[in-house]
Design a protein around this ligand. Structure first.
Ligand code: ADP
Ligand code: MG
Length: 224
């Protein structure tokens, strides 16, 4: 009975994603079509329409790119990797943005961390999503503390702590639901994708947050 329950839960998430996706993709497509019609009639303003159309296409690209990450990780991409290096790569990609918003990213890693058996692109995507959410939660600056340490003999524990806007209890409970976003240009897919990737690696995700204080995301990953 437990397995059947799990399965119907999965189907309903797939259904939620499909319905949400249809909606999210239809809006920019309707807008693109409208601007094409305007361009056909009103050639002089076409330049402005073109830039809006480019932005709408960009949005479709972002949504589809995030959804592609929901695909099962491919077994042939799995190998053992140094988590510290994967984290460094994710941090350096976002460093310019962090500096721009007066955000300090402080990474602490244990020296004797075990290697992680994983799909490195997906793990980096998870780090990217958490760091980006933390940056976006601190428009007036702040601090992101990331630490990685060993957890028992067969797991590592990663913690991303920010001093940002935080989330309400309801928001924390809904973390990982498809298409929920509080951002004007958000997709509400980053946390869903991250949760799914962590599950696919046999890991666990925990979220603690307090409004106007900050958010801490904890990820526990078995090393093999
Ligand atoms: P998006 O970033 O596109 O909105 P996510 O799935 O990454 O989608 O996040 C969903 C929502 O969860 C965000 O819109 C935000 O409200 C909330 N959230 C996620 N991470 C944080 C964080 N570190 N601090 C505050 N709120 C967060
Ligand atoms: Mg996000």
């Amino acid at each position: 009975a437990e397995q059947r329950l799990l399965r119907s839960e999965k189907l309903s998430i797939a259904g939620q994603v499909a319905a949400g996706l249809a909606h999210e993709i239809r809006n920019p497509l309707t807008s693109l079509k409208g601007f094409l019609q305007l361009m056909a009639v009103n050639k002089r303003e076409s330049e402005e329409y073109l830039s809006i159309m480019m932005a709408e296409l960009g949005r479709i690209e972002v949504i589809l790119g995030e959804l592609l990450m929901l695909a099962k990780p491919q077994a042939d991409r799995f190998a053992t990797y140094d988590l510290t290096l994967l984290l460094d790569e994710a941090v350096s990609l976002l460093n310019t943005q962090a500096v721009l918003y007066n955000i300090e990213i402080v990474v602490t890693t244990a020296s004797d961390l075990p290697l992680l058996f994983c799909d490195p692109a997906q793990i980096k995507q998870v780090f990217h999503n958490f760091l980006k959410n933390a940056i976006e939660a601190m428009p007036k600056g702040g601090r992101i503390a990331v630490d990685i340490r060993q957890d028992g003999s067969d797991a590592v524990l990663l913690r991303f702590a920010d001093t940002g806007c935080g989330m309400s209890k309801e928001r924390v409970a809904a973390f990982g639901e498809p298409f929920y976003t509080t951002k004007e240009k958000g997709t509400g897919l980053g946390s869903l994708v991250s949760r799914k990737i962590i599950e696919n690696h046999g890991g666990e995700l925990r979220v603690q947050s307090e409004l106007n204080v900050g958010t801490t995301i904890e990820v526990r990953l078995p090393v093999r």
